[in-house]
Design a protein around this ligand. Sequence first.
Ligand code: NAP
Length: 211
Amino acid sequence: MTATISILGRGRAGRALAEAWGGRAALLAHTAQPEGLVLLAVPDHAVADCAARFPGRCVHLAGSLHLPGVPCAHPLTSFDGQARDWSGTPLAITGAVPDDLRRAFGDLGFVPFDLPGELKPLYHAAAVLTSGHAATLWLGAQALLRAQGVALPGRGLLPLAEATLRNIAERGPAGRTGPFPRGDAATIARDAAALPEPWREIFLKLGGALD
Ligand SMILES: NC(=O)c1ccc[n+]([C@@H]2O[C@H](COP(=O)([O-])OP(=O)(O)OC[C@H]3O[C@@H](n4cnc5c(N)ncnc54)[C@H](OP(=O)(O)O)[C@@H]3O)[C@@H](O)[C@H]2O)c1
């Protein structure tokens, strides 16, 4: 099959999409100068310079960045360089993304929606809260326990995280559990006192963030 999409940048996003699209896509170094439709899978700081080499025929993947005249398709996922099941994963479309590329993302399970350029930083900040910050909380919690010699058996923190996500996906805010939604001030104070900074401040601020 002849490649119809040239992906520039062999990082996590580029490799994952190229593997999923197979013969429909060619995966190239960011210095390549292919013909036809180009998908820029390069770091955000490099998007503007790369886009200038493909006027009117490139699309970028950066969720926070809005470049007037350069369309964007942002997959709301965390890529690891491999093809995954992306069924039901939102794809934020800003600008005139060609129909062929929309269809190619749709074939992988992505679900497109239109996102105005001026809302991209807010949208991306929400994504960072959900993904990068959730990862920081998870890894930080593990490190706090490990520092005191507590090694969780079985699947560790994973069942708690899975149950929490399931509950809020099904019930929204009513699915929250723990001392903050219960208003249990004594437990909150005891737990907070056990934490070193900056975790104590994060614990108290996050706990009250929805109040
Ligand atoms: N990772 C994610 O989960 C994710 C999710 C949604 C959207 N995105 C977006 O996808 C884009 C790529 O992210 P990524 O995570 O795949 O990045 P990455 O893993 O850091 O890889 C980017 C690739 O760009 C090339 N590159 C490196 N330095 C460069 C430079 N100075 N100028 C131009 N190209 C350079 C390299 O490929 P070559 O060596 O082949 O040139 C590198 O492997 C970003 O816009 C990001 O916001 C990422």
